[in-house]
Design a protein around this ligand. Structure first.
Ligand SMILES: NC(=O)c1ccc[n+]([C@@H]2O[C@H](COP(=O)([O-])OP(=O)(O)OC[C@H]3O[C@@H](n4cnc5c(N)ncnc54)[C@H](O)[C@@H]3O)[C@@H](O)[C@H]2O)c1
Length: 312
């Protein structure tokens, strides 16, 4: 689908970060944009900004963990715009867990799985039949190199990083591969894509705990303070790594180019994670130990007792 003008895009997690940037980029291409998010106020604000820029935009409060909410989103999109052409299953929650994985709060696992995995499954189930009926369209699932390729299992200080987040992103890659093949088997023009937002991105995901829903309330008392972006940046600086944020527009451009080029892998070239992919493949083929695992600074880390959340 090269000519996107007049087409309809739906972006979950559209109230902030990458989702908001994608919505704007789609709008700049002349697309009609539906932003869906569980946070009503930022969603209103994001939708208003697009509308002020002359973009035909609709905001729909949606909880991707709840299938009836996603189904209702699909119905509202079709009722309002008459069609759907691009669906970005992008809503996500970051790592809030502390300690080793056997110490993680079960509520953290449930929250991460429900949003990052079930949320994508709900988007596929509600929207793909609509796309199939039209005969064309694109499903873009937001993954991460953290998990999609290999977990950043050690944090910047050498302690354990969350195991929840990378596990959910590994699932996103796996289910998008299945989606690609299942679509191909039907002979449809509907395409599946997996997005790996690259670089260091200044989004809300570093501090997801700020919007933790009551239904996933923590059941264990925290032993360490929750991660903040400022703290992560301090760690990088103190390790001598200067952080430069990748503009979110770059990720949005990547998505647009990926749709136009019909690329399954939406990732910058060459990406630092290419090395991890090569090392992981070599380890599997050699039946070796998973010594390709790196810390959030991209280095092999020495162990320490400090615990932390990790990079999205
Ligand atoms: N920021 C990064 O470095 C990075 C890197 C790789 C992948 N990602 C992925 O990109 C996607 C977007 O994240 P972001 O970095 O823009 O973070 P973000 O926190 O700014 O945006 C995520 C959005 O998802 C929404 N959301 C959370 N739970 C939801 C629910 N139940 N229903 C609907 N919406 C919900 C949030 O309200 C938020 O607006 C996520 O899937 C994330 O895992 C981010």
């Amino acid at each position: 689908m090269r000519d996107l003008r007049g087409k309809v895009a739906v972006v979950t997690g559209g109230a902030g970060g990458i989702g908001r940037a994608m919505g704007r980029r789609f709008g700049q291409e002349g697309m009609k944009v539906v932003l869906a998010d569980v946070l009503a106020e930022p969603l209103d604000e994001a939708t208003r900004v697009l509308t002020d820029e002359g973009i035909e935009a609709l905001g729909v409060v949606t909880d991707v963990t709840d299938y009836s909410s996603v189904e209702s989103l699909a119905k509202q999109v079709v009722a309002h715009f008459g069609a759907v052409h691009v669906v970005c299953n992008n809503a996500g929650t970051g790592g809030v867990s502390e300690g080793y994985m056997w110490e993680h709060d079960l509520a953290d696992w449930r929250w991460g799985i429900d949003v990052n995995v079930l949320g994508v499954i709900h988007g596929i189930k509600a929207f793909v039949p609509i796309l199939l009926e039209q005969g064309d369209g694109h499903v873009v699932n937001t993954c991460s190199g953290n998990g999609g390729f290999a977990p950043l299992a050690r944090g910047a200080m050498g302690g354990p990083a969350t195991a929840v987040y990378p596990m959910t992103k590994a699932a996103v890659l796996c289910l998008t591969e299945s989606l690609y093949t299942h679509l191909e088997m039907t002979g449809t023009g509907v395409r599946a894509h997996v997005l790996f937002p690259g670089g260091f991105l200044n989004t809300g995901i570093w501090e997801s705990w700020r919007h933790r829903p009551q239904q996933y309330a923590a059941t264990q008392e925290r032993r360490t303070p929750a991660q903040t972006l400022d703290k992560v940046l301090d760690r990088f600086e103190s390790a001598g790594v200067h952080v430069e944020f990748t503009p979110l527009e770059t990720v949005a451009d990547q998505v647009l180019e990926g749709i136009r080029a019909d690329s399954f892998w939406m990732m910058g070239l060459p990406a630092p994670s290419d090395q991890v992919v090569s090392a992981k493949a070599a380890s599997i083929l050699a039946r070796g130990a998973p010594d390709y695992l790196v810390d959030v600074l991209g280095k092999h880390a020495e162990s320490s007792s400090e615990t932390e959340g990790g990079k999205p």
